[in-house]
Design a binder for this molecule. Structure first.
Ligand code: 2YC
Length: 262
């Protein structure tokens, strides 16, 4: 996953009710409902104490990251807080405040740990499932749908797993041919696209870190694109012409992580 920067965090709408409204318009469901559907969990979540611990390793703190994760978790109905200490001290603080769940991210991994259930949810896997669930709901759970998945990294593979559980037809486009072959070996039901841009796909899940991959010629006014990638992989003009774009930088991944461990 691409590393976020301060301006990305600042670009996230602080009014998460707006996001719920946009998601309801495009998928018929709220942020929490999509996260729960992605993980086949019941709602509502009991008021759970959740700690978000800032981590200073590597490239260090991203201004506003922990705060934003906390805001999302509060919007989802938990009793979330960010620890005043960072790193190991922050984990101790989480324990001191009886947190049941701890969210933290270094440069490579963003994870949620449930301290009692001994379970965790990785952001990449959760994001793939969350955005696949959003696309499936946007298609009104149309089991006959065919989805083009762009990218066979952790996010793309998690999206494939969710969609295969719903018996959806999947066409994978992955420029790294050995990676594509390995993925097809793992998921024999999927088809590989040699040249995905040669035809239209009504449903596209963009799990690549490439910007502007999806162009105007790839979309029609019926195309629905679910794009967890940072930056947004849909060229501005293509976004204009498509029916719907489901895209957010952190919120759906965090909601799915929370549901995954709850
Ligand atoms: O502020 C902090 O605690 C930093 N250690 C956070 C670093 C997050 C790095 N990861 C990312 O920016 C992206 C996110 C979208 C989630 C996964 N990778």
């Amino acid at each position: 996953m691409t590393r976020l920067v301060k301006k990305d965090i600042e670009s996230i709408d602080s009014n998460l009710n707006h996001l719920d409204q946009r998601l309801r318009e495009s998928t018929g469901h709220s942020l929490l409902e999509i996260g729960a559907f992605a993980m086949s969990k019941e709602l509502p979540l009991r008021q759970t104490k959740v700690a978000v611990v800032p981590i200073t390793t590597g490239l260090g703190i991203i201004d506003g990251f922990s705060e934003k994760v906390k805001e999302i978790l509060i919007h989802l109905g938990t009793d979330a807080f960010t620890t005043t200490k960072t790193d190991i001290g922050g984990i101790q603080e989480a324990f001191d405040h009886q947190a049941a769940i701890v969210f933290m991210a270094d440069d490579d991994v963003f994870s949620a740990f449930h301290l009692h259930k001994r379970s965790y949810s990785d952001n990449g896997a959760a994001t793939g499932r969350g955005f696949a669930a959003a696309l499936y709901l946007a298609a009104e759970q149309n089991a006959a749908m065919e989805v083009l998945v762009l990218g066979a990294g952790p996010v793309g593979q998690a999206a494939i797993e969710f969609l295969l559980e719903k018996n959806v037809q999947i066409v994978l486009a992955e420029c790294d041919k050995p990676k594509a072959a390995q993925c097809q070996k793992k998921y024999p039901e999927i088809k590989l696209a040699d040249d995905w841009a040669a035809r239209h796909y009504q449903y596209i899940l963009d799990a690549t870190p490439a910007a502007n991959l999806i162009k105007t010629k790839n979309v029609t006014d019926e195309t629905i694109i679910s794009a967890p990638g940072v930056p947004l992989g849909v060229a501005a003009e293509a976004a204009e012409n498509a029916d719907r774009i489901i895209h957010n930088l952190l919120e759906l991944g965090v909601a799915t992580m929370l549901c995954a461990v709850s």
